[in-house]
Design a binder for this molecule. Structure first.
Ligand code: NDP
Length: 453
């Protein structure tokens, strides 16, 4: 008989926590999970899922405009923010319920309250005050939006708030050039809000391929987003009708709503990691090895709280690898290379593998770059300026494909399949001997020509 209340205690019922808890419970382990908010975590409750619904909502506006070129006569149309917000929240509640059921059905205990470490084997549930012990503890508390502490920062909303607005503003100023800023700029502009996106760099989406960044910037402008570069906010002042934001170059922008999308940080504040002896990085992330093990041998961490690759499917894979390592006697280090991902701008971006700068750093001149830019069929008839951009990067004599970057409709769907090709180590010749599916946007990937140097 174990001296602990549970074999495994998971803190956080998000993607990584629930997957780990379910798999361990299915192996007959005595598992408990604590969640201070709704089960489902950032992805389901205040991230990927409601965001994607909002993107769908925003895209209808453009589709209605294009419909006329396709022969539809469109009468008066209007957009009802509250209707969209509420139907999204209903779906979020349904999905969150599924997460609770998964735990319950597999015999895991869910504590709907916050848990904090008392020592390396004990957590306190902060609402009931109950203390429980576990042989192994998994930290899966995710991240939280972060904003710089400028004067008046309390007037700004962050991504968590954007899903629950009482009403849609007439204008919005979004600060940041990353995933969340760029996606929400597309969402608000698509819903008819006068949108300014202000970024401290000179191209959106730092870390992405430079050409992709440039095309993404063009698309934001085509959507009507007023993009401003090389400025950083220093102060937000409330006025009678809205806010005035001052920037470090002295410029000011007036707006109805300020949205700070300036990054996320591991949600470890107040978790008591010091009491358990768990090491953290400077930014507060839990430091782990390749098996997701922290500095304490029976405490593990998966997902955004470790600040490795902060994506839902990665947290899920890390959770499964944790269970294999600890309970299946199969030490598994999840491979963080060649993870396909998408940015849900309008149109979206799909990428896998190395960008051109990264490839150049690894392969020097022993690489080739293939590109194309074209107006997709659908946009030709709709008379939309938006173009599709593709880049494929190969290395060495065998021309193994090491990176693919697509900006265009359905690119997240396309890149999922192309991710398999890159992971499998396919070559340009494999792409070339694959017959096209016509007429599609994706067919261009099997007919790419080397970029003229
Ligand atoms: P990002 O790190 O992508 O972007 C943060 C932005 O804020 C950057 O443009 C950054 O500038 C800017 N910034 C940071 N500090 C300041 C400051 N003090 N003043 C002004 N600007 C500042 O974070 P997000 O919050 O957008 O997203 C967090 C993570 O969540 C992503 O990295 C991703 O892993 C995940 N995510 C994934 C999505 C997807 O898969 N589709 C969607 C949303 C989030 P700079 O670039 O110069 O550093």
């Amino acid at each position: 008989m174990s001296k602990y209340d549970y074999d495994l205690f998971v803190i956080g019922a998000g993607s990584g926590g629930v997957r780990s808890a379910r798999l361990a419970a299915q192996l007959g382990k005595r598992v408990a999970v604590a969640e201070e908010s709704k089960p489902g975590g950032t992805c389901v409750v205040r991230g990927c899922v409601p965001k994607k619904f909002m993107v769908y909502g925003a895209e209808f506006g453009n589709a209605i405009k294009s419909a006329q070129k396709y022969g539809w006569s469109v009468g008066d149309v209007s957009f009802d923010w509250a209707a969209l917000r509420d139907s999204i929240q209903t779906e979020v509640a349904r999905l969150s319920g599924i997460y609770s059921n998964v735990l319950e059905k597999n015999g895991a205990t869910l504590y709907s309250e916050r848990a904090e470490f008392v020592d390396d084997h004990t957590v306190r549930l902060t609402t009931s005050g109950k203390e429980v012990t576990a042989e192994t503890i998994l930290i899966a508390v995710g991240g939280r939006p972060w904003m710089p502490p400028i004067k008046g920062a309390e007037h700004a909303i962050m991504s968590d708030d954007a899903f629950l607005l009482d009403k849609l503003p007439e204008s919005i100023l979004i600060i940041g050039g990353g995933y969340i800023a760029s996606e929400f700029a597309g969402i608000f502009a698509g819903m008819g809000v006068k949108t300014v996106q202000a970024y401290r760099g000179d191209q959106l989406l730092k870390g992405f391929d430079d050409d992709v960044r440039s095309v993404a910037g063009t698309h934001q402008k085509l959507l009507g987003i007023d993009t401003r570069f090389n400025i950083s906010p220093t102060e937000i002042k409330k006025t009678t009708g809205g806010y005035i934001v001052t920037f470090d170059d002295g410029s000011k922008i007036g707006t109805d709503l300020v949205f700070m999308a300036t990054g996320r940080k591991a949600h470890t504040a107040g978790l008591g990691l010091d009491k358990a002896g768990v090491d953290m990085s400077k930014s507060g992330a839990v430091v782990v090895d390749e098996f997701s093990r922290s500095s304490v041998k029976h405490i593990y961490a998966v997902g955004d709280v470790t600040d490795r690759v902060n994506l839902t499917p990665v947290a899920i894979r890390e959770g499964a690898a944790f269970v294999d390592t600890v309970y299946n006697d199969r030490p598994t280090a999840y491979d963080h290379n060649e993870i396909a991902s998408a940015v849900f701008t309008i149109p979206p971006i799909g990428v896998v593998g190395l960008n051109e700068t990264e490839a150049r750093a690894v392969y020097g001149d022993d690489m080739e770059v293939y590109t194309t830019s074209f107006k997709p069929m659908k946009n030709a008839l709709a008379e939309k300026e938006q173009r599709c951009y593709m880049k494929l990067i190969t290395e060495g004599k065998t021309e193994r494909v090491v990176g693919i970057h697509i900006v265009g409709d359905d690119s997240p769907e396309i890149i999922q399949a192309l991710g398999i090709c890159v992971k499998a180590g396919l070559t340009k010749a494999d792409f070339d001997r694959t017959c096209a599916v016509h007429p599609t946007l994706a067919e261009e990937i099997v007919t790419l020509k080397a970029r003229a140097s």
